[in-house]
Design a protein around this ligand. Sequence first.
Ligand SMILES: [Zn+2]
Length: 488
Amino acid sequence: MPSVRFWILFFLPFWAQGQIVHQPLDGLLAVSGELAELRNHHFHSGVDLRTGAVTGKNIYAVADGWVRRIVIRPDGYGWALYVDHLSGYTSVYAHLESFSPELWAYVLQEAERRNAYRLDLYPAKGSLPVVGGQVIAQSGNSGASGGPHLHFEMRDRESEEIMNPVALGLLIPQPRVRPELWAKQDGRWRKIADSASVNNWYDLALTLPEQGFEVKVSDSLRSIWSLQQWSFDVQRGADAGLALDLHSQQGIRGFHIHPSPSQPAPGWKLKQAWPKSSGTYSLSVNSGGSPIWAGRVRVAQPNPGSTQAPRSMSDGDWSLEFPAQCFGMAQNIIISANGSKIGVKPDVAAIKPVTYSWTPSKLADSLWDKAYLAVRDGRGSAKIPGSLSADGRIVFTSKTCGSAEVRIDTKGPQCELLRRDPSGRVWISVRDELDSEIVEITLNGKWIWGHLDLKSNFMYADAGITKGKLVVWVRDEVGNLTNFTTEL
Ligand SMILES: [Zn+2]
């Protein structure tokens, strides 16, 4: 690995342009999650920086600017700060534990004014200025975080497109993942050396390099997949180009080297049409200006891809609607209903949401708004609360497309007092089969701050040293309320 001095010299020109002038954490940065890694239904839009497996590390503003946005939510980015910079970029810091005292004073005042525990604040421009190197927060593990770390992003300030932070001065080592070419032969994906024989172009996939890649067939440039800067549309379209069965067979996330027929996002640039006749072609793949793979590929049926029309399917009490271009590749969907259950094959991630409608033949009226869909596909699972349609169906919308079952939840979250910190922070566990949210917390009738973390099912209430009656109201996603009261 190049020395620190090398990095500093290399990035001096960027610093001079006033982009990242201070690193977001102390010490040498270590990466636990790469930019543009494929996650479930999206690309990783930032870089995950290690915080030594602990929370509470100082987070520094990377340049002068002003706070644009402050988010607190029980899932997603958890506690997050967005800082705008004069250079035209926004830096984003997520999964935080706490904010600096000045920022926290503002947040608490706004929370109290709104009686809200989920916040998405846009302070008046310039009202919360920061200077590069100022401590703005402490690192944490809030929201959908798999362990303590800092999720750091750079975005274009106007378009909000994701930028590669390394190009703007973030001092991290080169990505560890080296690109490889894989081919699907006789239904199995294998890494290939210098030649391959495949059925069609979609049977070739590349493990995703951070900087994107370009593909040449017979020495002419056919397509480019660029990840230097990308929009939320590309982000959401991530699954379109993903070789889903490569992931399920080998645990490897790779991209089809040929844009899929229904790729909805502008991440691909098609430079020239791909060959449509069978034959043997020379193929080369370049990334970051250097060749990754070159060899010969025999293709039997080059162009099996077709666009997909919208379709609806019904069986038993169920009907499913698949929008046009619902999947990256054409799929032959088979459904089979059995009461409150529906079997769906194949279980692949959808690019566009699938609508599940259930018309129960016998369900008490009072339970119709307590239904949720538990659904699982090849990439993960989801629980989707239903909504009632005017024509008497329960409707669920999900990008998780696979076998599913309707369940009824009539119970509010279960709360249990865990402990009280010396600071007066009261910890309570909140459990429910669905996600929960805090509705209100009062101490002796007065509103107080608290926060719920959905992955741990713990919440706290900032009671301070006051004695008295703590009253907590929490609600699950289908509206079941729980009142938890305790004497402090
Ligand atoms: Zn991250």
